[in-house]
Design a protein around this ligand. Sequence first.
Ligand code: NAD
Length: 260
Amino acid sequence: MNAALEGRVIVVTGGARGQGREEAELMASDGATVIVTDVLEPEGDLPAGVIYRHLDVTSPEDWAILADELEKSYGSIFGLVNNAGIVGARGKAGRLENIALEDWNKLIEVNTTGPLLAIQSMSKLMTTGEGSIVNISSIAGVGAHLAAGYGVSKWALRGLSRIASMELGPRGIRVNAILPGYIHSDMQQQTPQDFIDAHLSLIPLGRVGAPTDVAPLVSFLMSDGASWISGVDIPVDGGAVGHVGLRIISDAMTAATNGA
Ligand code: NAD
């Protein structure tokens, strides 16, 4: 156990499963008290230091109830991880020409408006002169992703993150975005193999990611080691966006010269 987060109260949205669950459990093992919120009940027992509360990130009423409870229980909090997210339709129904207005609005509501509501209510409890907010965007937030609503919602979350870092910095609150690449979480259990293979062809490190690849960075951004890091986007993607798509040229040259 690492005590880097001892005494810190941290809220993680969408933490019943997937990356959020991994992040919550790691930060609790690093000494934090973690309030995991979700619309789903977590399966299995939660470890010591992790507490579950039902909360829909799109509901201002749910945020008001949680803020009230946290203020009464702890007085202040240190951190917020905006992790909850949905992907929407992956096939033609998610494409620019077809996406239904209802689906578009839902993606923006959960993936972008939810984090805004979370920042508004939770930053009011960050009253000790320090704090950290981590927004889980995506590599879809720096490129042209196939699913239009998902991509736009993650670009917007990255923008929200930058604005929040400027607005909340004077109160000692750091705000950063993490951009995961393909992470084989619960969200991806139905993902077609061709989609996974296409990701693999972009990843210099040669494997897809797991929730355990993202959680250590979240925990670090909650620690004092990150005390002067704010307003940045950090990809956790095995190198996928670092070559901005140019790997195909490198591979073509290697093939043309037989590796010489
Ligand atoms: P996941 O589906 O396993 O977990 C997402 C969680 O968010 C679920 O527990 C879900 O119930 C919860 N959630 C959904 N809507 C909610 C709402 N309205 N209120 C509260 N909770 C809600 O997926 P994951 O892979 O763990 O995703 C975590 C984050 O990482 C998401 O924001 C996702 O967009 C992002 N991301 C995932 C990948 C990937 O490949 N898995 C890649 C890049 C970014």
